[in-house]
Design a protein around this ligand. Structure first.
Ligand SMILES: [Zn+2]
Ligand SMILES: [Zn+2]
Length: 117
């Protein structure tokens, strides 16, 4: 257990959560506004800096702690399954897989887009 990140909040949360439900909802609303503001441009870059993404990433790596492609447990990343930054809904909420940095780079090259982590 660790304390909620919000200043002066007494709630304790289970990692990888870092905020209590109320402050998580506030943080999610903030990132949704920020991402929405960039939706037509580089919004996906902003998305990778959000708590919502960090949480999804941590949950994915906890659920699947080895690379789905080669089986290594080093240098892992949470990767979108099929989604590209143009498919916005899938990009934000779609399924993830665990890949190591090398396999992730290969799969992105195959899908013909670059960026993210
Ligand atoms: Zn809180
Ligand atoms: Zn791999």
């Amino acid at each position: 257990m660790r304390p909620c990140l919000a200043p002066n909040c007494p709630a304790l949360v289970h990692p990888p959560e870092n905020r209590c439900p109320r402050h998580r909802a506030e943080a999610d609303a903030r990132w949704a506004r920020r991402v929405e503001a960039h939706r037509d441009g580089q919004g996906w870059r902003a998305f990778y800096r959000t708590d919502a993404w960090r949480r999804r990433r941590a949950e994915q790596l906890a659920r699947e702690p080895t690379c789905r492609s080669c089986g290594t447990d080093r240098r892992l990343q949470a990767a979108h399954v099929g989604a590209t930054p143009k498919e916005w809904e899938a990009f934000i909420a779609g399924p993830l897989q665990t890949l190591c940095i090398e396999c992730h780079a290969r799969s992105r090259a195959a899908e013909n887009w670059r960026g993210g982590r």
